[in-house]
Design a protein around this ligand. Structure first.
Ligand SMILES: NC(=O)c1ccc[n+]([C@@H]2O[C@H](COP(=O)([O-])OP(=O)(O)OC[C@H]3O[C@@H](n4cnc5c(N)ncnc54)[C@H](OP(=O)(O)O)[C@@H]3O)[C@@H](O)[C@H]2O)c1
Length: 307
């Protein structure tokens, strides 16, 4: 099956532009569904922007999706539930494949599936699995682990890559976890859509590298050896319990509590954060030690320039 026309929902955000750019480079015909009609400066001129006024309107979405072969959905947390309408519209428009907004931890892991932060994603999986069983559409669930370059830039994998503030060292810092650059995620989506039958109706687990926090700190020390690199030990189980209490109470920083659960998914090995490598090999992904160090160095340089 050859897929040519790809609609991307959420293509203007943190991850979307790398997927949109990779699809466009690979000569797919790309349409970005956006709340805005304007062509964002950070998206290639060659892609089409289609405004969707109401992402809950299946009729509006069905019209917009006419002629599309696949939908790649990359909305962030607020847009995750809107995918239900986009999926219904995709089926009505005869779209063949749907890649929902996964792009993170192993949501096929039994522990991860209990985390509140993934509840919305699991509902979308349920809808797609049912529709696929009925032969109405096919799906691919793409798990990528933590974003690597973006995660460093955001202070998410190492709290402070410049080493000025204490770094939260989760479960000792030697836990191996999978991580993907945004560019590799774009490459993975291209590879999947070029040979969709190979990945049809299953989880696909990809990464650029398997790393530990201590390895990332060692790489950062090569760039800024005089920074202090103090660390604070953090037990993800303690963070998780506090997060669950906050979510249960419905009071306080619910968004922060949701993110607290993510730290378990990355840094507690029983959540499957270190991925099997078959899909990454098939899709030609991966960076070596020098590549890992280059990503760390680039993030530090960006932060130094921003100072
Ligand atoms: N593994 C990791 O480390 C990691 C990190 C971050 C994100 N993720 C995952 O990657 C995926 C994409 O996240 P992201 O951070 O790239 O998303 P994002 O930047 O928060 O949102 C992407 C786009 O979604 C659209 N959108 C947002 N709210 C909407 C709404 N209410 N109605 C309609 N459209 C809306 C916006 O497009 P328009 O303004 O053009 O409408 C926005 O640019 C998610 O599944 C997220 O969980 C993973």
């Amino acid at each position: 099956m050859s897929l040519k026309r790809i609609a991307v929902f959420g293509g203007t955000g943190n991850l979307g532009p790398d997927i949109v750019g990779a699809l466009e480079q690979a000569k797919f015909d790309v349409t970005v569904l956006s709340r805005s009609a304007e062509h964002p400066a950070h998206l290639p001129r060659g892609v089409t922007i289609k405004q969707v006024k109401d992402f809950t309107s299946v009729s509006e979405l069905t019209e917009v999706l006419q002629g599309q072969d696949a939908v790649v959905a990359v909305p962030g947390p607020v847009g995750i539930p809107l995918q239900h309408h986009v999926i219904d519209a995709a089926v009505a428009a005869g779209v063949k494949y749907f890649l929902p907004s996964e792009f993170g931890s192993r949501t096929d892991n039994a522990h991860a599936r209990k985390l509140p932060v993934f509840a919305g994603k699991l509902k979308v999986q349920d809808q797609l699995e049912k529709l696929a069983q009925e032969g109405k559409i096919s799906y691919v669930f793409v798990n990528t682990g933590a974003f690597f370059d973006w995660g460093l830039d955001m202070g998410f994998l190492i709290t402070d890559v410049l080493g000025q503030k204490p770094i939260s060292l989760y479960n000792g810092g030697d836990v191996e976890f999978s991580t993907s650059t945004l560019a590799d995620i774009g490459k993975a989506v291209v590879g999947i859509l070029q040979k969709p039958e190979q990945f049809r109706n299953r989880f696909v687990t990809v990464n650029s590298a398997v790393v530990t926090q201590n390895q990332l700190i060692a790489a950062a020390k090569k760039v800024v050896p005089d920074a202090p690199f103090n660390t604070t030990p953090v037990d993800t189980e303690v963070v998780l319990q506090k997060s669950l209490e906050t979510i249960k109470s419905g009071q306080g920083d619910i968004h922060g509590a949701m993110l607290g659960g993510l730290m378990s998914a990355i840094f507690n090995p029983s959540y499957g954060g270190k991925f099997p490598q078959e899909d990454s090999h098939t899709l030609g992904l991966g960076i070596d030690q020098a590549g890992v160090e280059a990503v760390v160095a680039k993030s530090i340089q960006k932060k130094q320039q921003a100072k």
